[in-house]
Design a protein around this ligand. Structure first.
Ligand SMILES: *Cc1c(COP(=O)(O)O)cnc(C)c1O
Length: 496
């Protein structure tokens, strides 16, 4: 098997091994690590459809993480996809009238972030061991709501790590906030920032690439890594479930093996849908990748015009995990469609940071035919929840509803009858108020926790263990800071 190496999308680092890329999180030049080629799937689609989740994970991930020994990777996979998930299937599929919902929220924190963040700590520890690293690893994370909790859960009390999470104080749901601020673990730190997700993410990236600060950390026996989807160790595990979903549909004879399907992905930072694009390039039979945005529709505009323009009002929506104007992972797609030209990427990213926008060339736009961009307004999102509930007796969360709504528009517009899988990214329990209000006006202005019980009755299912009784847990994290104080608070936490 060929070794896969990683290089920065902006060119300064090349030939970095997978374990080094995972340890670093982001390249020194601010670029993201990307494999020197997208490997082809090692087996046939028929073969992969016979595998369970862990076997699929090994088959897919071992093609990317070529410097991990078989035993090392299998060990990480065993520890990640275990009873933390409330179903042995790990990622079950629900069939409705007109689509398949790939439920990626059966992990401990009830969002798809668990799919990668339950394995990332093990990948990181293994990588540190391989390189004989003695430094304590500090995981610095910006979250739009779900990554934070999933990372805290994954790294809590993991020896030789500290985890610091920044979340937008007014930009997450009540359940999301409580999940984070009640987190136990002596190495966990949670900070609400006065700003939005983009502020948190930019702040974190700035700390990462601050050379002087990096040196200071080193002197104190620390090094940074990232749990955000800028880390290749997040992206690679996310490719797995696209194969698994496809395999499940083959197994259930819902599709012919080899038949193309569409995937609809509710998108924020462009990590999840980029993983689907990687799966397609590995050989998964995919027709369209449908990129669904909420009112922060930068990506919709980008796919339509070739112009990425973040210079617009940031909108707070009922799908907060997608309230993002700077989709970091798009940089990897830009790199690929530029024909792997770091100079072009650097130029565009510098335009983005200076002018707030950039335009790709028409040759680059031509290479985006795999994608269809759509968006759903708040009203459309609520309508999608209520329609799905009324017609299928099935509750979907607000993010998944954005995807469902965009899918309906896509079908009308394109008359495409290709079977379609919707990435269902969070449990409706995480967004209780918005979901219940969409089902029926009588739930307007109710208490979140009362509604949780009502939702449980409606769905005829127990409140998931991760959030049962969350309103009674002790608040353990009360820190807040301004967006320009992030570095100071990191120094405080680490006693620098
Ligand atoms: C993070 C998140 C998204 C967006 O995923 P990206 O990889 O950032 O595009 C969508 N839905 C939910 C529930 C999320 O937590």
């Amino acid at each position: 098997m060929e070794d896969i190496y990683y290089s920065s999308t902006r060119g300064s680092e090349t030939k970095v091994s997978a374990s080094e890329a995972i340890l670093k999180g982001i390249s020194e030049d601010g670029g993201l690590f990307i494999p020197n080629e997208i490997p082809k799937l090692k087996c046939t689609i028929e073969e992969i459809s016979k595998l369970d989740y862990k076997e699929t994970a090994y088959t897919v991930m071992s093609s990317f993480l070529t410097d991990f020994a078989e035993e090392e990777l299998k060990n990480c996979i065993e520890k990640a996809y275990d009873a933390k998930f409330d179903t042995e299937e790990i990622a079950p599929i629900k069939k409705t009238d007109d689509a398949y919902f790939l439920e990626l929220y059966h992990g401990p924190t009830l969002a798809f972030k668990d799919m990668a963040l339950s394995i990332l700590p093990h990948l990181l520890k293994t990588s540190a061991r391989k390189h004989n690293i003695k430094d304590k690893i500090v995981i610095l994370t910006a979250t739009s709501g779900d990554t934070g909790k999933a990372a805290l859960e994954g790294f809590a009390d993991v020896e030789d790590t500290e985890i610091i999470v920044f979340f937008p104080e007014d930009g997450v749901s009540e359940v999301q906030r409580l999940q984070m601020v009640t987190q136990k673990g002596s190495n966990t730190h949670v900070v609400g920032i006065e700003g939005n997700f983009d502020d948190a993410q930019s702040g974190v990236k700035k700390i990462f690439t601050d050379k002087e600060f990096g040196d200071k950390l080193k002197e104190n026996g620390y090094r940074f890594s990232s749990a955000n989807s800028i880390n290749i160790g997040r992206l690679v595990p996310q490719i797995v479930y696209y194969f698994y979903a496809y395999g499940s549909l083959c197994k259930k004879k819902e599709i012919e093996c080899g038949e193309k399907v569409n995937f609809v992905v509710p998108t924020g930072n462009f990590g999840n849908i980029l993983a689907a694009y990687f799966a397609k390039n590995m050989g998964l039979p995919v027709n369209k990748l449908i990129c669904a945005s909420n009112d922060n529709k930068v990506l919709f505009d980008f796919f339509k015009t070739g112009v990425y323009d973040r210079d617009r009002e940031f909108v707070t929506t009922i799908s907060p995990s997608m309230d993002i104007l700077i989709s970091s992972n798009l940089e990897r797609l830009i790199y690929l469609v530029s024909g792997r030209t770091p100079k072009k990427v650097s130029q565009l990213m510098s335009e983005l940071s200076v002018n707030g926008k950039y335009q790709i060339t028409s040759e680059m736009s031509d290479k985006l035919q795999d994608f269809y961009g759509g968006y759903a307004t708040e009203e459309e999102t609520k309508r999608a929840i209520s329609k799905m509930y009324n017609e299928n007796d099935y509750l979907i969360d607000t993010h998944t509803a954005v995807a469902y709504s965009v899918y309906e528009k896509y079908k009308d517009e394109k008359n495409d009858s290709t079977k379609t899988v919707i990435a269902s990214t969070a449990s409706p329990y995480k967004f209780t108020n918005a979901v219940m209000e969409a089902v029926d006006d009588k739930y307007l202005n109710c208490n979140s926790f009362e509604l949780m019980k009502k939702m449980s009755a409606l769905m005829n299912s127990d409140i998931p263990a991760g959030i049962r009784g969350i309103e009674e847990r002790e608040i353990l994290h009360k820190n807040t800071c301004k967006k320009d104080e992030m570095k100071n608070i990191v120094e405080k936490f680490l006693n620098l």
